[in-house]
Design a protein around this ligand. Structure first.
Ligand code: HEM
Length: 178
C-alpha cells in the first residue's frame, strides 16, 4: 500500500486519518452528550477532561487532512456509481469537513470564553461554568446533532455499497492494496 492514493485506492495517510477520525468522532459524540446530561460537576469535569483533548485532536487532524489533500489526489468514483450518488456523497463529505471544523472552533470558543480549563484540568474543585451562557454553545449543540445524522448517512451509504452493491467502496478505504 502506498503512502499516497492511487486512481483506485486510498493511500496509507488518507486511510489512517479517515478511520482515526471516525473513531474519535464517535468518542466525542458519546462523551459530549454524556457531559451535557451529567449534573454531578465532578463526573462532568472528568468526562470533559477526555472530550476537550480529543476535540482539539480531531480539529488539528482535520486541518492536517485538508493540508494532505493538497499533496494527494482522491481516487475516482467507482465506474458504476450514478452521477447523483456521486454528487450526494461529495456534498456529505464537504458538510462533514465543515462541521468538524465548526465543532472544533465552537468547542474551543466555549472552552476559552468560559475559563473552564482550570476547573477541568486544574483539579481546583471549583464549580464548572454554565456553558449555555456562552454563544458558541448553540452552534456546538446544533453541529453535534447534524454530525450524528451525517455520520449515520455516511456509514449507511458505505455499508449499502459493501453488502448490497458488493463493490470496493469500503475495501479501497482500508489498509492493504484491495
Ligand atoms: C468534532 C469535534 C467535536 C464533537 C463531535 C463534539 C461533540 C459534542 C457533543 C455531542 C456535545 C453535547 C451537545 C449537546 O448536548 O447539545 C458537546 C458539548 C461540549 N463540547 Fe464538544 N465536540 C467536539 C469538539 C469540542 C472541542 C474542541 C471542545 C473544547 C476545546 C469541546 C467542548 C465541549 C464542551 C465544553 C461541551 C459542553 C458540555 C455541556 O454543555 O455540559 N468540544 N460536544
Amino acid at each position: 500500500m502506498s503512502i499516497k492514493s492511487t486512481n483506485a485506492h486510498y493511500g496509507f495517510v488518507a486511510v489512517t486519518i479517515h478511520w482515526l477520525s471516525a473513531f474519535l468522532i464517535l468518542a466525542l459524540i458519546g462523551t459530549g452528550f454524556k457531559a451535557a446530561d451529567t449534573l454531578d460537576p465532578v463526573v462532568k469535569a472528568r468526562i470533559l477532561s477526555a472530550h476537550v483533548p480529543i476535540g482539539i485532536t480531531i480539529f488539528l487532524l482535520t486541518l492536517a487532512r485538508i493540508g494532505w489533500w493538497c499533496f494527494d489526489t482522491k481516487p475516482e468514483a467507482l465506474g458504476n456509481t450514478p452521477k447523483w450518488q456521486e454528487k450526494l456523497a461529495k456534498g456529505i463529505h464537504f458538510l462533514l469537513y465543515l462541521i468538524m471544523l465548526g465543532m472544533g472552533i465552537s468547542g474551543l470558543g466555549m472552552f476559552v470564553l468560559s475559563g473552564a480549563g482550570v476547573v477541568i484540568f486544574g483539579g481546583t474543585g471549583e464549580a464548572l461554568p454554565d456553558f449555555t451562557l456562552y454563544p458558541p454553545r448553540v452552534p456546538h449543540g446544533i453541529g453535534a446533532r447534524l454530525m450524528a445524522i451525517l455520520f449515520i448517512l455516511h456509514a449507511g451509504a458505505a455499508l449499502y455499497h459493501h453488502f448490497i452493491k458488493r463493490d470496493a467502496t469500503i475495501r479501497r478505504m482500508w489498509f492493504g492494496s484491495n
